[in-house]
Design a protein around this ligand. Sequence first.
Ligand code: SF4
Length: 246
Amino acid sequence: MTDKDYFTFKILRYDAAEPDIEPHFQTYKIRVIPGLTILMVLLRIRDEIDGTLAFRSSCRSAVCGSCAMVINGKIDLACRTQAASFGSNTIILEPLPNMQIIKDLVVDMTPFWDMYEKVKPYMIRKGDYPDKEIAQTEEDRKKIDQYVNCILCACCYGACPVLARNPDYMGPAAFAKLERFMLDSRDERPDNFLQNVDSEDGVWGCDTVLRCIEACPKDVRPTDSIVGLRKQLVKNKLFGKGKNED
Ligand code: SF4
């Protein structure tokens, strides 16, 4: 074991319950072995060095989406990022942008969930729900493939430059979820449902700089959904057509 095996982790510390103490970086030295993830580093710091460090985690396998943060300037999940992958032995960890810090790397995700709720992120049917599952063709399922992969990690929300200047903007994940149901052959939400996103706080506010696509750890392309929803809105206005109609 040599000195170069020890990496410096600079972690942003802040506690909203103690607002008199300004956000500041605290430094920890941790021995890094091949395969060690940022989440494992955080767990080691919390368990062995500093029990006051706050961060979220759960599945450790890029499924739950809880450990999203900024890692050396890039938004990603801590559980799928290896400490040795940066070509530098100094690693800076910060909380997701565009949300208030509760403590250290834990942010208040209430605005993210509020926007998500606005698009009614569940299947809507006109009549009673059938007793059996509603079958889909393989072709229909393919239309929603990428959006089904969303794990609601909020990486895209943190990366979005529009949200940085307009907190009322609904954000990429909400649009990706809405498009997931707009394209779903089984969903029967009313044709005028898109009025909910027909504004500058909705799909027309997007700068189309694709930061959400860059940030997404599950290869979802929220910008595709925004383009799709915009097209559908224009079609509805020009031709009075609604969901799933060409
Ligand atoms: Fe996370 Fe991607 Fe879903 Fe955004 S679209 S919440 S980045 S999985």
